[in-house]
Write a protein that binds this ligand. Sequence first.
Ligand code: GLN
Length: 537
Amino acid sequence: MNAKYVFITGGVVSSLGKGIIAASLAKLLQARGLRVTIQKFDPYINIDPGTLNPYEHGECYVTDDGAETDLDLGHYERFLGVPTSQANNVTTGRVYYTVITHEREGAYLGKTVQIVPHITDEIKRRMLLLGQTGKYDVIITEVGGTVGDMESLPFIEAMRQLQWELPEGDCMCIHLTLVPYLSAAKEIKTKPTQHSVQQLQHAGVMPDVIVCRTEHPLGPELRRKIALFCNVKPGHVIESQDAWSIYQVPLNMHAEHLDDLVVRQLGIENFNQPDLGRWKDFLENLQNPFQEVNIGLVGKYVALQDAYKSIQEAFVHAGAACRCKVKVHLFLSDDITADNVAGKLSGMNGILVAPGFGERGLEGKIHAIKYVRENGIPFLGICLGMQMCVAEYARNVIGWVDASSTELNPKTTHPVIDLMEEQKKTTLKGGTMRLGAYECKLTPGSLAAKIYGSELIHERHRHRYEFNGKYAADFAAAGLVASGTNPSTGLVEVVELPNHPFFIGVQFHPEYKSTPENPHPLFVALVKAALEKNARG
Ligand code: GLN
């Protein structure tokens, strides 16, 4: 069978959850035995989101191969349990960069380089790339942005061309729109959907299926109306009501026959019904917790939920695994002081100190870590959170009062966290951190080795600074031990406090690998430790 292509566009407003619809459809097709991947085309000029503040588009997600990508790739991996890669996220910036580099190399000598065909050819090449690997039956492509935006026009044009260039029946378009409810008129309105489909049609693309985001059921009349005005078959108008969990959406989409429509439309001879047994078990556990814990997430981007998306989701997975509702409380680290820390964090059964960059809010993180260390509260520090637990220990236990990371205080007399050797030559900011999956060897018998149930692990990284190995013996003598190191470089990746009930800092990002079907052991262990702390009081 040829690789089949499903394009997903969005209309009316942004934030409709195209990523979740894409991931849900992919999950259903995967559960029918098909090999599926999802890719996202983003219309901004940045080469990747690595240089963006999380307040712009939410967290930056990192893949095994070290790509800094849109957070939707996190959803793709969480739903499918299959790693994505650099090829799964393409921005306008990356497309232009390739074309302009080719132009400078003389690849188009004599020709005027234009949006059509040069930019659209490069978009099409990238849209087809994963399909040509032979590894997938279906490639779902999410086109970022909203139809009608100037930025996404070249992507839509590339889709239009592909609809004619690919063999008949190998490609289809699903359009996701908003069908708002006007409470004053007590009416559901279809006009914005009609207009956004018209915009798509102006660009030469006919949607095959329309998925309507709605707060209320549409009913057969409205479905017929949308089908009539938007030029699709009545059965091809799908309702997507707000769900209690994003993980419920695949089941809702199956109930609406989205996967049936797609296999039929693409001529896929696959009559299996999706096998969603494990997924349903997870949902069952998620919906019926026996207990509850409160976890504090201390960070500096707490005003936007999406800034710590993978961490939040990892707690959802770990909670379901423990049949426990994990209530995540966000604490802005800037607000935490030595005087208010006990009051602020007192009801918490566990604390996670988040990754981050720059100086703002750092002292607050250090106060929070001192409090949990001294009070036997379970602690997990991720990346900057790990680095700060090292600085806190140096300052408050060893007595090196100005100990810090050189990222924050280049003049510190005790640079316990320092720039990695390979980073010293780097001046460019984009894509230059230590990125992607690396091996880590755990000390037998350590808390880390017990949690993982293994002594060799692979975790993803995104950082420039690192534990300064020069001080490892001083820390170990004072009680903070390095229990995980990179076997080829010797870099310290995990630290822990054996004389504390649960205190562990990791230089890598475990949150990127947690999925509903494979919750991450570090998050599960933190939730369990928090439950024990809750029971102990
Ligand atoms: N700013 C720190 C570094 O670059 C930590 C990065 C992070 O938390 N992802 O090493």
